[in-house]
Design a protein around this ligand. Sequence first.
Ligand code: BGC
Length: 751
Amino acid sequence: MRIKAKWITSPRDAGAAAVTFKKSFRPQKPVSRAVLYASAMGVYVPYINGQKVGRGVLAPGWTSYRHRVQYQTYDVTDAVQGKIELSFGVGQGWAVGYIGYADTNHFFADRTALWGYLDVTYADGTTERMITDESWDVYTSAIISSEIYHGETIDLTAPITLIGKAVERLVETSLIPQEGEWITEQERLAPVEIIHTPAGETVIDFGQNMTGYVEVRVKGERGGRIVLHHAEVLDHEGNFYTENYRAARNENVFVLSGGEDVFKPLYSFQGFRYVKLVEYPFDTVDPNCFRAVAVHSEMKRTGHFVCGNEKINQLYHNIIWGQKSNYLDVPTDCPQRDERLGWTGDTQVFCRTAAINYDVEKFFIKWLGDVALEQTREGAVYGIVPHCLGKGNRTRISAAWGDVACIAPWQMYLAYGNREELRKNLPMMKKWVDYLHSAGPEEFLWMDGVHYGDWLAMDGNPEEVRGATSNDLIASAFFAYSTELLVKAGEVLGEDMTYYRKLYDKVVEAFRIYFMKDGMPLEYYPLTGNEQNAKADPFRQGMTQTAIVLILHFGLCKEDERAALAEKLAEMIRANGNRMTTGFVGTPYLLHALSDNGYTDLAYTLLLQEKNPSWLYSVTHGATTMWEHWNSLKEDGTFWSKSMNSFNHYAYGAVFDWIFGVAVGIAPVAEAPAYKTVRIAPHPNKVLGFADASIDSRQGKIRVHWYYKGDTVYYEIEIPDGVTANLTLPSGYSETLAGGSYCFAEYGLEL
Ligand code: BGC
């Protein structure tokens, strides 16, 4: 058997500092192939003769380290043609430093550790392997402190000293080959302005809220210090504002060597648009010395969209940047404050849109693998994956959060048609539904749970995080929805789903009995028991926009009840000045519930609404990413709160799934997923002027472009060979299209 690499660590606890592991290797004969394998508890960078190996950053990425950690593979044949010095810098990263709010560190491990080996194949076919073991030397490094939340200090004057020989470390986890995408540097943004604020601060504006770090290239006196603070927004006086970062310091400190220096953090990242020069050792600020480097998972861009309304185009831009900023190996809620966590609710809300914008199949294969591993024996799925809250804390097991277990696998199946992945996820889906079946006192409802509810909805107390819709109603509605998706998935895979289909019927029946009367939800539901619920669910209403949206979209009503429900929803929206009151739970389905039930015009009105709450409110207030709250920045220039106010929270960007799937009208169908059959059903409207969208699906590019000339609307449609398109135009005209380019025109529609 080949010798196995050992997990090794520094002989002395390095604390928050990064250390370097080093060993030389001299090939015995001509090398035909050399491959390096590496992983870490922490975050590592590999080097050969001081040159970085590979394009990845923040390797090995973030998984549920208690169960598994990825290792990466690098072809280093070209570099290993003579004697080399192989070294690894290792910093704390997610595994060792603060993560899961700023009071938890060492959640996964209390020390960094390295694992790896170099496999060399000689020209004569013989092989040699160099592994990590106690023969490696460990040195201090210039990175004297690094934390994901707090930033990094790089001191190029710090003496580099030998700490000693590495020691073996017991790391109880499984090593798996890289399953997700590489995390890489993606774009480099130049400063758009150097601002001198009223408070006397020097601030660089990169013009775009984003995730990554600032790279600084300078030559100055040895020992000179650059201290950078980051911010997403300026306050209403134009001063640098960081309170919404909460405890995350986001501070990068660079100490100059005296030569040509290039600084950027190696084991940390920030969410920011603005950078304040807290200390800067030069009299003038040359913008050319600074670049903002956007870092995220290496996903292939697949979706494109443009329309005749510049504000909607900006909204789309903000949605794309929301995804870039929060798809950094794990789908996170936000990239800047002391969270940056894999919140399951945010993920299920956005995943359908995510799979239009980018190819996220691999990204989700990895993350859903962690969701499955962290699911409890009873089937519960918590609010954050990977779990990383300290002191025994867990998040809630919440409806619309845990349901990611059914929603995300199904959406990935629709987008990519990967039956094997769906099969792999089916046990997780079943366990979640079984959990719902056993949760609470009622067999076919999910009552008495403690949930996040219609998070951030405006109909409770708009200054509060809780919406008015009853948690029991939401939870039971999602019980039905998850069961429905499970049945669909099982049937696709040829499983006998009789049991779950019956369960679904029972849940819908129970929902109708308990939550509806005469085809409508009740005004109010009394508390059924749980005291904690009284706090988490103070309003318990049924006659809310979100409740009706769920009933319509999840099919919890009878067909003949739809019209009245949709009319009621429309009435409530109009009575609220053509504005929604929905939060995380209702908003993703709101426009669908309207357009599926004859109110497409009202859906457009909501889409184009600019008053708070609306999608365009943030756009008209200068947003470059999606905000956590509809009015994170209030009309009077003040902020929604100090403590919970992210300017880069993608969840509400889920509206793009309606823009793309309904307004432009391109949607996958379950019978032939991955767009092998595509539904083309545009809903043109003059308010957009034109809309042009495409997706580079696995079958090729599918494109729909509609535009107006006078009262005539034209449709240009491109379908790749081998794809069947089921076309329905607003006039009711329908046709099945094969691969090819088409043009249709309709005249005199009342649109
Ligand atoms: C996060 C949310 C998340 C929520 C749970 C927040 O702190 O930022 O996006 O889903 O907690 O309700």
